[in-house]
Ligand binder design. Structure first.
Ligand SMILES: NC(=O)c1ccc[n+]([C@@H]2O[C@H](COP(=O)([O-])OP(=O)(O)OC[C@H]3O[C@@H](n4cnc5c(N)ncnc54)[C@H](OP(=O)(O)O)[C@@H]3O)[C@@H](O)[C@H]2O)c1
Length: 299
């Protein structure tokens, strides 16, 4: 299988390239600053030249707060880029797997969102990701849109890495406890996407919108507590208290959904993919993360 991967240097992109290569797939990865998916002409030339069987879009402008101040960057990465990819894929007769986010929802529900529930994003990031989804749906029938949530990888800037740094530096940490969702390990998502890619190529479908995230629901506070509990068996931490706080006590430029758990049952039904418990994936990833960010006191 020959796959063209955008956002190849990001959390998910790196996992896709690593796992795909191990599986013997042929992959070409592109990313900023060399290649911008908002630049249609150069993107078209690259895809035509590589002639992939599948395009996987893991590129996105993911800095949720920065997007409020720089909406044109979010628009380029999250809307124009996916629209360009869809047009090129249509001309090349190649399917596209496009990754999206739980932040397309407003968080008003208290049960996990199914893929066909109406989007109502609260932020520039969410609005540009929703517009990217709409463009893919409108321009390219042979697509999968796979939404995920609270993504972390051993290689990226993410909540787990931030908690490990804070947990080494501070005795007391304050973490938001009234936003709920499902942590997702990028390695698990990459495995799921490669499996979905193989299946849609083999069976020419099913196409449409699906969800994949870690199994189970927690708050950022619950996630932080699990990170510290598990990390303490590998390394010394300074943190003694994790104080639960409300969203209003931790104001951010972008509004975030209070509840954004995703229902993955369609992915299980149509692709036979069953997400693992988020705590299990965390346990597997933490030693790698700690090896990448060694305790400065120990080195
Ligand atoms: N991170 C999360 O918590 C989360 C949650 C839900 C859904 N998602 C979705 O999951 C997917 C993967 O996220 P991730 O965490 O792996 O993101 P990431 O680590 O930020 O990686 C995204 C990559 O895309 C690149 N990029 C941004 N704009 C681009 C453009 N115009 N052209 C080409 N490349 C561009 C980024 O480059 P720069 O670093 O130079 O900007 C980065 O290397 C995205 O679709 C994201 O929306 C993420």
């Amino acid at each position: 299988m020959k796959i063209f991967v955008t956002g190849a240097k990001g959390q998910l992109g790196r996992e896709l390239i690593q796992q795909g290569s191990k599986d013997g797939l042929h992959l070409q990865g592109i990313d900023l600053p060399e290649h911008d998916i908002a630049d249609s002409a150069s993107l078209k030339a690259l895809i035509e030249k590589y002639s992939p069987e599948l395009v996987l879009n893991a590129a996105a402008f993911t800095m949720v707060d920065k997007a409020e101040a720089e909406p044109q960057l979010a628009e380029a990465g999250n809307h124009i880029g996916p629209a360009n990819l869809s047009e090129i894929c249509k001309k090349q007769k190649v399917p596209l797997i496009h990754i999206s986010t739980d932040f397309v929802f407003d968080g008003e529900r208290r049960t996990p969102y199914l893929p066909d529930e109406p989007m109502n994003p609260l932020s520039v990031y969410g609005r540009t990701k929703a517009a990217g989804e709409e463009a893919v749906r409108e321009l390219l029938p042979r697509h999968l849109i796979v939404r995920t949530s609270w993504l972390y990888a051993s290689n990226g800037a993410n909540f787990v890495a931030t908690m490990l740094r804070l947990g080494r530096e501070h005795k007391k940490i304050r973490v938001v406890s009234d936003q709920f969702g499902s942590p997702t390990c990028a390695a698990d998502l990459a495995t799921a996407l490669l499996s979905m890619g193989r299946q849609v190529l083999k069976n020419d479908g099913p196409w449409g919108t699906y969800h994949f995230c870690g199994s189970g629901i927690t708050s950022w506070h619950g996630f932080a507590m699990a990170i510290f509990e598990q990390a303490k068996s590998h390394t010394a931490l300074a943190v003694e208290e994790v104080e639960p706080i409300t969203t209003s006590e931790y104001p951010t430029p972008a509004r975030r959904p209070a509840y954004s758990a995703l229902d993955c049952s369609w992915t299980t039904k149509d692709f036979g993919i069953v997400p693992r418990l988020w705590q299990e994936s965390l346990e597997e990833t933490l030693p790698n993360m700690l090896a990448r960010y060694p305790d400065p006191k120990e080195s």
